[in-house]
Write a protein that binds this ligand. Structure first.
Ligand code: FE2
Length: 179
């Protein structure tokens, strides 16, 4: 079985029934990752595996610390997911700043943000995919998240703090795609 089908089955089992809308988003992010298959210097298959698994920590039965990047990373580690995927999930889409706003940054100490093209690409795919799996611009996606959570929610405050980091990952990925 390929890593992609393995990841698909893991994510489907955890999200399809309990969180169908989240599962639609995840499938959209994976589809976006596949658009990178001809992008030089990017391992699109690794990005797709990480995309399929990036939000698995939202699954109700995986909530231990109730911070989904870490709940996801811990679970993935427990089922022997590839190491890079574990670390990419822990740090996906500005999880560091999300954790800081919540006072949970110590939970990320066990993981490393690898700052690679694949890590950037996961952020890009997540942040240019809407809640139902549709393709959004980065700006549309950020506006949608803030509206969904409300301006005062920690998620929205974390977006403001991490805007430049997020945009940089998106722009680096788009530059690689245009190459
Ligand atoms: Fe996420």
């Amino acid at each position: 079985m390929s890593w992609v089908s393995w990841a698909h089955d893991v994510a489907a089992e955890k999200l399809a029934e309990s969180l169908p809308r989240r599962w639609s988003h995840v499938q959209g992010v994976a589809k976006r990752a596949r658009e990178l298959k001809d992008t030089p210097g990017v391992d699109a298959e690794l990005v797709e595996v990480a995309a399929l698994l990036h939000d698995v920590g939202y699954a109700p039965d995986l909530a231990v610390v109730s911070f989904h990047p870490v709940d996801g990373a811990r679970y993935l580690q427990s089922i022997d997911a590839p190491g890079r995927v574990v670390h990419m999930v822990a740090y996906h889409s500005a999880a560091r700043q999300d954790a800081e706003v919540l006072g949970l940054e110590h939970l990320l100490d066990a993981y490393e943000d690898e700052l690679s093209p694949e890590r950037d690409a996961l952020w890009w795919a997540d942040m240019t995919t809407g809640p139902d799996g549709q393709t959004f611009t980065f700006q549309e996606r950020m506006a949608e998240v803030k509206e969904r959570y409300g301006a005062e929610h920690p998620v929205s405050r974390a977006i403001d703090r991490s805007w430049d980091d997020r945009l940089a990952a998106v722009e680096r990925t788009e530059a690689r795609r245009d190459h």
